[in-house]
Design a binder for this molecule. Sequence first.
Ligand SMILES: Nc1ncnc2c1ncn2[C@@H]1O[C@H](COP(=O)(O)OP(=O)(O)O)[C@@H](O)[C@H]1O
Ligand SMILES: N[C@@H](CCOP(=O)(O)O)C(=O)O
Length: 308
Amino acid sequence: MMTEEIKIFSPATVANVACGFDVLGFCLDTIGDEMVIRKTEEKGIKITKIEGYDLPFEAEKNVAGVSALAMYDALQPDCGFEIEIYKKIKPGSGIGSSSASAAGSVFGMNELLGRPLDKTKLTYYAMKGEVLASQCEHADNLAPAIFGGFTLVKSASPLQILELPTPSDLFATLIHPQIEIKTSESRAILPKEIPLSNAITQWANVGSLVHALHTSDYDLIKDALHDVVIEPYRKQLIPHFDAVKTAALEAGALGCAISGSGPSIFMLSKSEATAKEVEKTIRNVYSTTDILFETYVSKINTEGIRVI
Ligand SMILES: Nc1ncnc2c1ncn2[C@@H]1O[C@H](COP(=O)(O)OP(=O)(O)O)[C@@H](O)[C@H]1O
Ligand SMILES: N[C@@H](CCOP(=O)(O)O)C(=O)O
């Protein structure tokens, strides 16, 4: 019996980053799942353990299993794999719960097979799992989980990912109201067409944000972190979104927007001290309500998913 196995940390991620719906994302450091991937003599993919949240064990119904099967079928290795998931990121959180699992299984298998695939190929197979959760092949959570830092999905098909620089003083604050918003449902409420004037504002912001990351221009990051296309629709699903945003900006955040498809809300700040001050302020907003919530402060994780 082979005993080769590894344990990995698969990070939470913030997709969209305000203006970059389905293309921009960044990787978090303090929040993530753990997974164990093990080689077996018996062929095939089995999910043998799930802790934390109630998720399907059938490989075809769990995003970790679907991405693993896609990679397994393509590579046809002469072994099988068992997957254990220690889920810390609540499903439907807006911080890439499904993508942490989809990325984790393919990353772990690739390590155990001697790294036959590059990061873009891993993202490609992970997307096959992500589609189960969101009913759409988007890579804006997977790319930062696998590459680390900030990423831009230049094209989903053929898959092309650009790694963007991370200014060293940038810190994220998050609030995660403990309600579930399914990505598939929050995509269904979006309009199919947008006014040209909004499109112009939005692509100017994406270009500005990319330039600001390259030049560590914090004022420009502040100017660019706006979303005139998606936020007006999705914010209605998130209790007290406007109050959190107002409080965060008053406390010094560079920007504040919906994380992925929500309900989590993220802020970016210049310095850890400001990010912590922002956390204190937004906790006050939710403390006056009866909604349970968690908050986090995290540096930007430039390494991404890793063996632990
Ligand atoms: N391993 C998994 N981790 C998280 N969610 C999973 C997993 N496998 C299947 N799912 C399903 O995916 C959905 C959550 O994905 P999604 O709505 O995209 O949330 P998130 O924004 O947190 O990624 C839930 O319906 C959940 O049951
Ligand atoms: N671009 C997607 C991102 C979904 O992120 P998640 O963390 O909510 O899964 C979207 O906005 O629909």
